[in-house]
Design a binder for this molecule. Structure first.
Ligand code: ADP
Ligand code: ASP
Ligand code: MG
Length: 449
C-alpha cells in the first residue's frame, strides 16, 4: 500500500491513512510512504541554497522542516509520552544529520548528484519514522524497514535504474526479517534507494509509486495499492480539465502509456514490475476510501476504446535535417545509434524526405552531446516551445472515427508531428506549448462529452 504526499500531508490525512491500513491488517500490508506534501520540493530548495553557499537561507528552510515534523509528531501522538519522545528524537536525529551535511555542502559550495540524492531523500525518512511511531501509538504493531537496504539501483544518483534480481532477493530478506509473528504491519520509505555499495540514490520525482510496485513484485503481492488524492485514474488531469470521469478499469498497457505520456497520477515505471508478476494495481483515493478507484489489470479484462487524453509539456522537439539522408540506407540507424549510445530515449518520431523529427523528455541527460554529434553531419534545430498531446486507449484502430474525433476539432490549431503507435494504444501529436491545455480540454470534450 503506497500513500502519496497528500495522503500523509498532516495529522488529519495521516490519521485517515492509518485507518485505511488498520482495515487491511489481515492481508499483512507493506506500507510505503512518500514525504509529507511539498517536503521534497523544500529539500530541493535546501540543496540549491547549499550549492549557492547560502547557509542562512538553507538554515531557515531547515528550521521550517524540523518544526513542521516535530509539530506533526506532537499532534499525532498526544497521549503516549514515551512514543512521542521516541518520534521526536528520531525527527531531531534526522534533522541534525541533514543540517551537518548541508553545512558541509555550503562550505564546499559544490553539490554533486550524490550529495543531492542524500539531501532530497530525507523527507521519506522523516515521514516514515513519524507514521511508524503513530501506528504503534495506536496499538498497530509496526516495524520500520530501510528501503536503502532493499531498493538497489545503478549509480545514476538522481534517477537510479533498479537492479531487479538484487531487489527481489533483498526485499524478501528484509520483509521476512521485519514481519515477525508479533508484527501487524511493516512500513518503509518510497523514492529512496541505494547502490549495491550502499551509496544513496533516488528513483526520480514521483518515484514512491515505483518503490511500491518493485516491492509488490518482489513479494508476489496479491495487489499493489496506490493511494492518492483523486478517485483513481481519470479521463484527463482533473486539475486541468473539467468533467473528467474516473475509470473503473484500464489495462497495464493503457496505464503505462498514460503515465509515460504525462498523467502524473502514476510514475511512468510503476506498471513494469507489476506486469512481470501480473499483479493488479488499484489507484485509490485516501480522502474517499470507500470509493472504487481504478483497477489496472491484464488487457484481456479490458474493453476496447479511448480511456484518456494526456499531455506532456517538458519535451524538446529535435529536428534533424540532411540532404544526405535522401536515398541513403543506414541514415536512420546512424541517427538513432547516437540517441541510444547517449542513453536518450525517444518518444515520438516522424520522418520526411530530408528531415527526421523526434521528441525527447526535456529532463534527459546528454541531450547536448546528442545534438553535438548529430550536428557533425546534419543541421539540427532544437525546439523547446512545443508540447505533446496523447489520446490513449485499447485497440484504437477498432474505434470508429477516432482520427476524425481527434483531429477535426483541432482544425484551427497547428499540428507539428503525428504518431500512431503500431500497438494502437496511443495517438500522439505535437502542438505549440501555449495551446496545450486548450487542446486537451477541447479533445476531452469532443471524445468524452
Ligand atoms: P501523490 O502525491 O499521491 O503521488 P500525485 O500528485 O503524484 O499524488 O498524483 C496525483 C495527481 O495526479 C492528481 O491530483 C491529479 O491532479 C494528477 N493527474 C494527472 N493526470 C491524471 C489522471 N489522468 N487521472 C488522475 N489524476 C491525474
Ligand atoms: N517525495 C518524492 C517526490 O515528491 C517521491 C514521491 O512523492 O513519489 O517526488
Ligand atoms: Mg505521485
Amino acid at each position: 500500500m503506497k500513500f502519496g504526499g497528500t495522503s500523509v500531508a498532516d495529522c488529519a490525512a495521516i490519521t485517515r491513512t492509518i485507518g485505511i491500513v488498520n482495515g487491511k491488517l489481515q492481508e499483512r500490508p507493506i506500507v510505503v510512504v512518500s514525504a509529507l506534501s511539498k517536503v521534497t520540493d523544500l529539500l530541493y530548495r535546501i540543496s540549491d541554497q547549499a550549492r549557492l553557499r547560502d547557509k542562512e537561507g538553507a538554515g531557515e528552510l531547515l528550521g521550517r522542516l524540523r518544526t513542521r515534523h516535530a509539530e506533526l509528531a506532537e499532534e499525532l501522538i498526544p497521549d503516549n509520552p514515551e512514543i512521542l519522545a521516541d518520534a521526536l528524537s528520531r525527527v531531531n536525529a534526522i534533522c541534525d544529520r541533514l543540517e551537518h551535511f548541508v553545512d558541509a555542502v555550503c562550505a564546499l559550495g559544490e553539490l554533486s548528484d550524490r550529495s543531492k540524492a542524500i539531501i532530497i531523500g530525507n523527507g521519506e525518512y522523516l515521514s516514515s519514522n513519524i507514521i511508524c511511531c503513530a501506528m504503534n501509538a495506536r496499538g498497530i504493531r509496526t516495524r520500520l524497514m530501510d528501503s536503502r537496504k532493499m531498493i538497489i539501483t545503478d549509480n545514476n544518483f538522481l534517477k537510479g535504474e533498479p537492479q531487479t534480481d538484487e531487489i527481489i532477493k533483498r526485499v524478501r530478506e528484509e520483509v521476512s526479517a521485519a514481519y515477525t509473528g508479533d508484527m501487524d504491519a511493516v512500513i518503509t520509505q518510497g523514492f529512496v534507494s541505494a547502490t549495491v555499495e550502499g551509496e544513496p540514490t533516488v528513483l526520480g520525482r514521483g518515484g514512491s509509486d515505483y518503490t511500491a510496485s518493485l516491492i509488490g513484485m518482489s513479494v508476489d503481492a496479491k495487489t499493489i495499492e496506490i493511494w492518492t488524492d483523486v478517485d483513481g485514474v481519470k479521463t484527463a488531469d482533473p486539475r486541468k480539465v473539467e468533467n473528467t470521469i474516473s475509470l473503473d478499469r484500464i489495462s497495464f498497457e493503457e496505464a503505462a502509456e498514460m503515465a509515460h505520456f504525462g498523467a502524473k497520477v502514476l510514475h511512468p515505471m510503476t506498471i513494469e514490475p507489476a506486469v512481470k508478476k501480473n499483479i493488479p494495481i488499484y489507484v485509490l483515493n485516501s480522502m474517499n476510501p470507500s470509493g472504487k478507484g481504478t483497477a489496472i489489470l491484464q488487457s484481456s479484462f479490458i474493453d476496447d476504446g479511448v480511456k484518456s487524453v494526456s499531455s506532456k509539456s517538458n519535451i524538446l522537439v529535435i529536428n534533424i535535417f540532411s540532404t544526405k539522408m535522401i536515398n541513403v540506407a543506414g541514415f536512420l540507424m546512424h541517427v538513432f545509434e547516437i540517441f541510444s549510445r547517449n542513453n536518450v530515449s525517444v518518444d515520438l518520431i516522424s520522418t520526411s524526405e530530408a528531415t527526421i523529427s523526434v521528441t525527447v523528455d526535456a529532463g534527459s541527460q546528454n541531450i547536448d552531446k546528442v545534438v553535438e554529434e548529430l550536428s557533425s553531419f546534419a543541421e539540427v534545430y532544437v525546439d523547446s516551445n512545443k508540447a505533446q498531446v496523447s489520446v490513449i486507449g485499447k485497440n484504437l484502430d477498432n474505434v470508429n472515427g477516432i482520427l476524425e474525433k481527434t483531429f477535426a476539432p483541432l482544425k484551427d490549431h497547428k499540428i507539428y508531428m503525428i504518431s500512431q503507435g503500431a500497438s494502437y494504444v496511443n495517438i500522439s501529436f505535437v502542438v505549440d506549448r501555449a495551446v496545450m491545455d486548450d487542446v486537451v480540454a477541447l479533445l476531452h470534450r469532443n471524445i468524452f462529452g
